[in-house]
Write a protein that binds this ligand. Structure first.
Ligand code: COA
Length: 385
């Protein structure tokens, strides 16, 4: 077989959007290290960087910010769906359905020109937090909080969820979490988005498919499960017994391990680890951070596995007041910047993605009329026993 299971080490596309060095534990967006971007940039700047390959000038940033603020509103069609979705579906199912539904009222319709696709991309990135917040307010029977045009993207999301403007510290931590989640080379959901785009299906279809891939516990779902694990453990003193029990049952520890960062720390986890501690200290309750530290130490000792981005994102988002089942939708809101950049990159130099498979089933079978199949099957089983 030409490649490893799970397409390990297969290069599926050339990209100028992001790059990883799994041995050094480094991540770059368009050549800028994630540490420098997390320290100095905003999510709006990162959106420009991923889509245009360079950081914006002040005028460009002002234009993009204005566009993103204007694109936060939903079409009536999508808001009308929300009460039903809030009552009947999980947050990720709502997101998948409403992003798909949004295509019906996109002002650019089925226009697939590069200009229309750029506008669709910015519209989707801007809209997703509104969808999540509307959903959450509906399911809790609370009045909708309209987007606040004065607030940046991440802070506005928190304010639409809680109805309150976040503190500077919270807004910055959330904005940085958005930056860290914005792109990560050929992860499963980005690959999915590129496969769909490579058939020349539209932007909304590709993003809908990416959301579906992100939903699973081995990908985006891990941040929710890692926070639930911290809650189950409850106290750092119980961490060893809990983790050893999971290992004994051969269960996975969510938020640990990574296809690319095998023997070094995920650089995003290192940044979120600091936020987890700082937010815990600011809240006067470092319990979740303390349990996280105990789990990290034990998992490293016992299995040599390190935390990935989703492990510390769990406690950071919890400290920021997000309901746990909105952690994966938040990941989608941030990753929408990367997905849409990859979709546009795929369209710009497209060849349909169509790998091969290795056939391992039987060969040279003899076709039988349906009336003869049961007796032939029984005879085959008898011969085999
Ligand atoms: N808990 C326990 N064992 C784990 C583990 C985890 N979180 N992650 C990997 N391992 C083990 C595997 O079982 C395997 O053991 P084996 O060699 O005895 O079979 C070994 O470590 C190597 O891992 P592998 O299965 O090759 O990793 P992968 O590249 O196929 O999968 C992940 C990568 C991320 C899907 C995997 O580490 C995982 O399931 N992690 C938990 C989910 C998660 O946090 N996802 C978010 C990713 S950002």
């Amino acid at each position: 077989m030409a490649s490893g299971k799970g397409l390990e080490e297969v290069v599926a596309a050339q990209t100028a959007i992001s790059d990883i060095d799994g041995k050094l534990g480094k991540l770059w967006y368009a050549g800028y290290s994630i540490d420098a971007l997390a320290e100095n940039s905003t999510f709006e700047e990162i959106t420009h960087l991923l889509h245009n390959g360079r950081l914006p000038t002040q005028d460009e940033l002002d234009d993009l910010t204005e566009q993103m603020v204007n694109d936060r509103e939903t079409a009536d069609f999508v808001s009308d769906l929300m009460p039903t979705l809030a009552e009947q579906t999980s947050p990720m199912s709502m997101l998948r359905t409403s992003v798909s539904a949004a295509s019906a009222y996109d002002p650019d319709g089925w226009d697939q020109s590069p200009e229309a696709n750029y506008r669709k991309a910015i519209r989707l990135i801007s809209l997703i937090p509104t969808l999540i917040a509307y959903y959450d307010r509906h399911r809790n029977g609370l009045p909708i909080v309209e987007p606040n045009p004065k607030l940046p993207h991440a802070a506005n999301f928190l304010s639409m969820l809680s109805g309150e403007e976040p503190s500077q510290e919270m807004a910055e931590a959330f904005d940085t979490t958005f930056i860290l989640y914005a792109d990560h080379t050929m992860n499963a959901s980005t690959f999915t988005a590129r496969v769909v785009a490579s058939t020349l299906a539209d932007m909304h279809s590709a993003v809908t498919a990416a959301i579906s891939a992100l939903k699973g516990p081995l990908h985006g779902g891990a941040n929710e499960l890692s926070m639930r694990m911290l809650q189950d453990i409850g106290d750092a003193s119980r961490a060893r017994e809990y983790v050893q029990d999971l290992f004994a049952r051969k269960e996975k520890i969510m938020g640990f391990g990574h296809r690319v960062y095998r023997h070094v720390d995920d650089p995003r986890a290192s940044i979120l680890r600091r936020f987890s501690r700082e937010l815990g200290e600011a809240a006067g309750d470092t319990r979740w951070y303390d349990i996280s530290e105990a789990v990290v130490q034990i998992v490293l000792e016992e299995k040599g596995l390190r935390p990935n981005v989703d492990f510390y994102a769990g406690s950071v988002l919890y400290y920021l007041g997000l309901p746990i089942d909105l952690f994966t939708p938040m990941f989608a809101a941030a990753r929408a910047a990367g997905w849409t950049a990859h979709i546009r990159e795929q369209y710009a130099d497209n060849r349909i993605i169509r790998p091969e498979s290795e056939y391992i089933g039987p060969r040279d079978q003899r076709w039988l009329p349906i009336a003869e199949r049961a007796s032939a099957e029984a005879a085959g089983q008898e011969a085999a026993s």
